[in-house]
Design a protein around this ligand. Structure first.
Ligand SMILES: [Zn+2]
Length: 619
């Protein structure tokens, strides 16, 4: 590996944050920490339920502790017992507190003898917030039911009773049974040749935080894409997915060249049905991905670069609390850009960066001050709220600024040493800064002042001298858009034949919020945007069409909203509709049809948005 870090590793011995209290969890890691989880689960599609038992191995920190407190949400607890060294069990008393809307139910187990292991027999609710159960009709192939988890941020507690905080790491093993013919996958090494005999076993030997626990089961086929990578998806999707993601091994090798070895063994991808609420989820060994990136030309595969980058920033070095989530997402978005640049060229990487920068510049000024900070003041932050564009795009902008000041050679070496130093630990922003000061800022004096660093991390807005990449292609698009809007360039004369996905996104992103209806109609007649199969372009197009009052686009917008449950691609259309009474009524009709196919998180977000719009409308 090049540039092996000659930095003063270990010069700074930091207290790791595993003992700090996380406001999003009832766990008391100052008393006891879970070090291993052993799951025995049955996948029951008929009841939409996982049921079985979780055995937790405990490391008692307080020799006088009398209770074990766990996080749960909507779990039915059948019994709790202590397990002794010989495997003998004895029942324990426990109390499940009434549910808190955000945190779920605190499970307090009386453990005056501080057992080494405890076992909980339980079942999940059909409405578990971290699981989605799809009927066969909601899948691509319509033959078998499908289920998958999404544990980040604090939904793991809805399918496993545990200490649900990113500060606490544990290894896990699982035995899962399912109907024959169904494939079960988890966030652990998976064997592409595993028979579909209904019995699966998993071993995650690296300590992971709870939000990286993941499971999926369904009619899932597999194609190998490299010596340590494969793509999993429904049979009718797997070929297309394997083609779109054929560069996966090259991506892994690129990331390794930059930041040191990939430490997890296999890197596989699971393409989920379109209701998956996110673009991708970096479940260890098995990224879960949306099918909306399968556009045929690899223009949206940066989602894989992103989830793969999490194998270093996020999964290897983890933010200790949701307030510190920019450590996961900002660094990952930066690394994603580096992988994209190495594989697809600087033009592609710069365009993706510029799209993010322009979007952030447009909205950051109107956000609450605390939400503009990379490391917000730790008060009243909802775990999911913390996952905003600021964590991703201001975070990566900070890293690009550091790269520009210190130069690639020294900054790459620094970042590799950061991953090495904190490997397999969960850390706070302050621990990251305490490492950065001697190993980067003070080591290369005169490149960046410490108060500049603090302004990036704790300040609001974007520092005025933040570097912005050049893009002659985007500049040309700006000129064309201006001329088109001014009426000096007809829609048919736009030089859009060669525009890639990012260039269309950029053109549409910078249209006026409410464009003139006639202009949109000209655009559509020339370029047939209504009905586009590319959901990134579609989302932007429909938002503008709805804002402009183009009712002819409504049915196609409704089709997009019904087909896709990915929050980022669907929620903006609902938001656009709710701005007028007609639109709000239409959005409610669309939601009534689409709801059954949406993930619980998407349902929750859409319902909250509609309720807010109705409140505003006074009805
Ligand atoms: Zn991410």
């Amino acid at each position: 590996m090049r540039l092996l870090s000659a930095l003063a590793l270990g010069a700074l011995v930091l207290p790791l944050a595993a003992r700090a209290r996380d406001p999003r969890s009832y766990a008391q890691p100052d008393q006891v920490v879970v070090t291993h989880l052993d799951l025995g689960l049955q996948v029951d599609f008929a009841r939409r339920q996982l049921r079985g038992q979780a055995t937790l191995t405990l490391d008692w920190k307080n020799p006088k502790a009398t209770d074990l407190v766990l996080d749960t949400r909507d779990l039915k607890i059948a019994r709790v017992e202590a397990v002794d060294a010989n495997g003998a069990t004895r029942a324990l008393r426990y109390a499940l507190a009434p549910a808190d809307k955000q945190l779920g139910s605190k499970l307090t187990i009386q453990t005056p003898r501080r057992p080494h292991e405890i076992r909980i027999a339980y079942a999940t609710s059909p409405r578990a917030s971290g699981l989605q159960w799809l009927a066969p009709a909601q899948t691509a192939d319509k033959k078998q039911p499908f289920m998958f988890s999404q544990s980040e941020s604090i939904q793991a507690r809805s399918w496993v009773p545990l200490q649900d905080s990113p500060a606490i790491r544990f290894t896990y093993a699982a035995r899962v049974t399912a109907p024959r013919g169904v494939r079960v996958l988890m966030s652990a090494p998976n064997d592409p040749k595993h028979p579909l005999d209904g019995r699966f076993r998993f071993d995650q030997t690296h300590p992971i935080p709870s939000y990286l626990l993941a499971i999926a089961a369904g009619d899932i086929d597999v194609r190998e894409t490299g010596p340590r990578s494969a793509v999993y998806a429904e049979p009718s999707v797997v070929g297309k997915a394997a083609h779109e993601f054929e560069d996966t091994e090259k991506m892994i090798a690129t990331a390794e060249k930059l930041y040191g070895p990939y430490r997890w063994g296999r890197y596989d991808l699971l393409v989920l049905p379109p209701s998956f609420p996110f673009g991708g989820m970096e479940n260890p060994n098995m990224t879960f991905a949306t099918p909306t990136v399968l556009v045929g030309d690899k223009s949206l595969v940066s989602v894989v670069a992103h989830e793969l980058a999490h194998s270093w920033s996020g999964n290897l070095v983890t933010a200790a609390s949701w307030r510190d989530i920019w450590l996961n997402e900002g660094i990952t978005t930066y690394v994603q850009g580096r992988i994209t640049e190495a594989l697809y060229g600087k033009r592609q990487a710069d365009e993706e960066t510029l799209l993010a920068i322009r979007a952030l510049q447009k909205k950051i000024g109107s956000m609450p001050a605390n939400a503009q900070r990379l490391a917000p003041e730790p008060r009243a932050i909802d775990a999911d709220d913390a996952l905003s564009d600021v964590a991703y795009d201001k975070g990566s902008w900070f890293l690009r600024t550091l790269e520009q000041r210190f130069g690639r050679r020294d900054f790459d070496a620094y970042l590799e040493s950061y991953f090495d130093h904190f490997a397999w630990h969960s850390i706070t922003t302050e621990q990251m800064l305490a490492f950065m000061k001697p190993n980067l800022i003070d080591k290369y004096p005169g490149k960046m002042r410490w108060d500049e660093v603090k302004d990036w991390v704790y300040g609001t807005g974007i520092p005025a001298d933040a570097p912005i990449p050049d893009s002659p292609r985007f500049d040309a698009i700006d000129k064309e858009r201006t001329a088109f809007l001014a009426g000096t360039l007809p829609a048919t004369a736009l030089d859009a034949k060669g525009w890639n996905t990012q260039e269309w996104m950029y053109f549409l992103d910078r249209l006026p919020d409410v464009p003139p209806l006639a202009k949109l109609q000209q655009l559509d007649a020339a370029w047939h945007l209504t009905g586009t199969p590319n959901a990134e372009i579609g989302m932007r197009w429909y938002v503008h069409a709805i804002a402009a009052g183009d009712k002819a686009a409504w049915p196609a917008a409704a089709e997009h909203m019904t087909r896709i449950g990915r929050l980022y691609l669907t929620l903006p259309l609902y938001a656009a509709f709710t701005r007028t009474p007609d639109g709000l009524a239409y959005a409610e009709q669309v939601y009534a049809r689409a709801k059954a196919g949406y993930h619980p998180l998407t349902q929750h977000a859409v319902e909250a948005l509609i309720a807010k719009a109705k409140q505003k409308g006074g009805s």
